[in-house]
Design a protein around this ligand. Structure first.
Ligand code: CP
Ligand code: NVA
Length: 308
């Protein structure tokens, strides 16, 4: 059994196998209704717990549907309604859940909750987003890029805005899949030094460029995310908007990227804030393919976790 906790903690060959399997599984379903089961049923008889301590649309629905397509069953649990971390330790919840279910996906705040869950669970644990990383999202993003443009190895990816949890997982992926990442945003919101260091150590180029136009020059992919994440306090909203306004992705900025550059956003997006509707709904945007690919990528991740 394997935990899927972070991209930099997972072997690059195994990550590649997951992307390829996700692509093959997607192809195999192209003409089928979404509720139809897959031909093989690798999760038959398996039960998966999906725990959410933060809101979610994509992660919740794509995991639930993915489990069902593969013949398993899932239960969506709200952290607030559980004893998790309030009535008992994370370790005890992990031990108890392991007696009932075959796999646990958790979206939480502090990364230590995920780590403790993984340490004490005797079933695979999947990171469905923490304050620090969002690896499932980036697996879907790699799948999406490669579907549209071929191998991502050697490409230039530009992250604009807040060096947040999604940015961190993009950095990890840069190291593991061999692409370069340029971060453009205010210094106060730079990605963590530790993650930048890891990516450089893995042999990928990481550039920090304050000027958004210069940053996107030669970009194959431009990525944005919300300026205020779920773990950020609402009182920081105005300050963040003021810092980030110059990093909005709009048509003028996209003109500085390669003509065939793609635009991605994990969603939910704030139209006319971090990105204009013109870009979101324009020909370079692949945001809804990204959302769909959460399903396919996570199905491959779950199979890898359970080794089925
Ligand atoms: N991108 C993403 O994780 O979306 P949700 O918050 O809706 O799950
Ligand atoms: N950075 C965002 C991603 C949401 C999917 C957040 O953490 O709120």
């Amino acid at each position: 059994m394997n935990h899927f906790l972070d991209i930099h903690k997972t072997n690059p060959d195994e990550l590649r196998c997951m992307i390829d399997q996700a692509s093959a599984m997607k192809q195999a379903r192209l003409t089928r209704p979404k509720g139809a089961p897959d031909d093989d049923q690798p999760l038959a008889g398996r039960m998966v717990a999906l725990i959410f301590e933060k809101p979610s649309t994509r992660t919740r629905v794509s995991f639930d549907v993915g489990v069902r397509q593969m013949g398993g069953q899932s239960m969506v649990l709200s952290g607030n309604d559980m004893q998790l971390g309030h009535g008992e330790t994370i370790a005890d919840t992990a031990r108890v859940l392991s007696r009932y279910v075959d796999m646990i996906m958790i979206r939480t705040f502090d990364e230590t909750v995920l780590m403790e869950m993984a340490e004490y669970a005797s079933v695979p644990v999947i990171n469905g987003l923490t304050d620090r990383t969002h690896p499932c999202q980036i697996m879907a993003d790699i799948l999406t890029y490669e579907e549209h443009r071929g191998p991502i190895k050697g490409k230039k990816v530009v992250w604009a805005g807040d060096g947040n949890n999604v940015c961190a997982s993009f950095l990890h992926a840069a190291g593991q899949f061999g692409f370069d990442l340029t971060f453009t945003g205010p210094a106060q919101l730079d990605p963590e030094d530790e993650f930048v260091g890891l990516t450089r150590k893995a042999g990928s180029k990481v550039v920090i460029e304050r000027d958004a136009r210069k940053a996107v020059e030669g970009a194959d992919l431009v990525v944005a995310d919300t300026w205020v994440s779920m773990h950020d306090s609402q009182s920081s909203k105005e300050r963040r908007h003021n810092m980030l306004r110059g990093y909005q992705i709009n048509t003028e900025l996209m003109r500085h990227a390669k003509p065939d550059a793609l635009f991605m956003h994990c969603l939910p997006a704030h139209r006319e804030e971090e990105v204009t509707s013109e870009v979101m709904d324009g020909p370079q945007s692949v945001i809804f393919d990204e959302a769909e690919n959460r399903l396919h990528a996570q199905k491959a991740i779950m199979r890898w976790c359970l080794e089925v």
